[in-house]
Write a protein that binds this ligand. Structure first.
Ligand code: EPZ
Length: 418
């Protein structure tokens, strides 16, 4: 799974250009199954989850080409509707092919998706919503069989604004003649990005960014050229790293309005934040504890920023309480932070972080994508040599993580396979 060797203790100083968003490109790659000609995705990140999505598309019969940061997908020859467990197990984003396969082939055969261990991650909202639209889904011997004669125009209310379920229902609705309404839809910017892509392919959709989405399906979709929105979680991670190391960072290719909940917290903690058009900078000389941070669906504090920001607050002056309301068990990074000298008392969904003057270097294992990034941030702040194992988790969602940090003065080196 690879490891990072980090010599921490020096401030990050420099400029980083943010890549296209992981959580946009995954549903968009699934959506290319519905396009009758080639799609070119611009600013596509070089990350392992994209590699997995490409493996799935090629398994289904699509032709995929990569040229620099452009990914071209031709799904005209796609002729399979089952995804093997070894591909499903690699990432949660694999479930996003369900809606597209049902739209294209009226059937799909999948299994429970893999992904970060963040507590229970059922797919009942996906299956319940698709069932309401007319699909018949059932698990037999841990294989998920789904069929639909034809989706019928309906109004589907999600009990919780699930990002993935919203995306699956959106893709399923595209093959349904008439209007489908999704209520209590997720409002994350990645949903609006998916809708922007689909509109560029000729789809008729309304409600971007709202909790009520209206899809007029049944139209053939053409291919298109589409630039991904910047990855707000990559940006939030690097901001947290700059704060943790008391550094100065200029981010380019960002949408500051997507990061407001995170920058508000960092500003309250004492960071100086400047916002420009497509740019954002952070200067940090000291950090202080902030009012309780409660994760929530957009536009609340994003759950994916909880671990990276906690790593920064571990050396703030004062105490900060974190409450994780989105996932049932997203505190896997805390034991390793405590082994580095952080003072954190935690329960399943709550953590009280009492800042300490400095962290100690350590050897630790990444447990998941954002938790791994949090440990790397703590190691960049801790003076001395640390080792972060199972670093493959980080490679799933951050392009050239170590190389980018080295351009800002970090001493970090990735070694494959250890
Ligand atoms: C997406 O996951 C993101 N992943 C996650 O990012 C992100 O943390 C999450 O949305 C919330 O913003 C991708 O987009 C690939 P959910 P998703 O469905 O779709 C429960 C990262 O680090 N739920 O909104 O899986 C679920 O268990 C990853 O980039 C059900 O109970 O998130 C969780 O508690 C991590 N039943 C909550 O809803 C369902 O059918 C939110 O899940 C679906 C979800």
């Amino acid at each position: 799974m690879g490891q990072y060797e980090i010599i921490g203790g020096s401030p990050l100083r420099g400029e980083i250009r943010i890549h296209g968003a992981k959580n946009s490109v995954l549903p968009i790659l699934a959506a290319t199954l519905l396009c009758e000609s080639c799609c070119v995705i611009e600013d596509c990140p070089y990350i392992r989850d994209v590699d997995t999505a490409v493996e799935i598309l090629e398994h289904l019969g699509c032709r995929v080409q990569r040229r620099g940061s452009e990914l071209t997908v031709d799904s005209t020859a796609a002729n399979r509707w089952e995804i093997p467990p070894q591909l499903m197990g690699k990432m949660r984003g694999a479930i996003l092919f369900l809606g597209a396969l049902l739209s294209r082939f009226s059937q799909a055969r999948l299994s429970q998706p893999g992904g970060c261990p963040l507590g229970d991650r059922p797919i009942d909202l996906h299956l319940g919503g698709l069932g309401h639209m007319g699909a018949r889904c059932q698990f037999r011997d841990s294989v998920l069989y789904c069929q639909v004669d034809r989706f019928c125009p309906s109004t589907v209310a999600l009990p919780f604004p699930s990002v993935g379920a919203t995306e699956n229902l959106l893709l399923a609705a595209l093959s349904c003649p008439g209007e489908t309404v999704i209520c209590n839809a997720a409002r994350e910017p990645e949903i609006a990005d998916l809708m922007g892509f689909l509109r560029a392919c000729g789809a008729e959709l309304r409600g971007d960014g709202s909790s009520v989405l209206r899809i007029r399906g049944g139209k053939k979709l053409r291919g298109c050229r589409y630039r991904l929105m910047p990855d707000r979680m990559e940006a939030a991670t690097y901001l947290a790293a700059a704060a943790a190391t008391r550094g100065e960072l200029l981010l380019k290719n960002v949408r500051p309005e997507h990061l407001r909940a995170v920058t508000n917290v960092l500003q309250e903690a004492g960071c100086r934040i400047w916002e420009g058009s497509g740019e954002l900078s952070l200067h940090c000389h000291s950090l202080r504890g902030v009012s309780p941070i409660r994760t929530a669906p957009y536009d609340g504090f994003p759950t994916d920023a909880q671990a990276p920001v906690m790593a920064a607050m571990a050396t703030a002056e004062g105490t900060t309480v974190f409450e994780e309301t989105v996932f049932s068990d997203r505190m896997g990074h805390i034991p390793a932070l405590c082994a580095m000298g952080a003072k954190i008392s935690a329960a399943k969904r709550c953590a009280v972080v009492q800042g300490v003057p400095r962290l100690k270097p350590a050897r630790a294992c990444a447990t998941d994508l954002r938790g791994g990034a949090a440990l790397a941030i703590a190691m960049l702040a801790a003076p001395g040599r640390s080792i972060l194992r199972d670093a493959g988790h980080i490679c799933r969602g951050y392009e050239r993580f170590d190389a980018i940090l080295r351009t800002c003065g970090a001493q970090i080196q990735y070694t494959e396979g250890l």
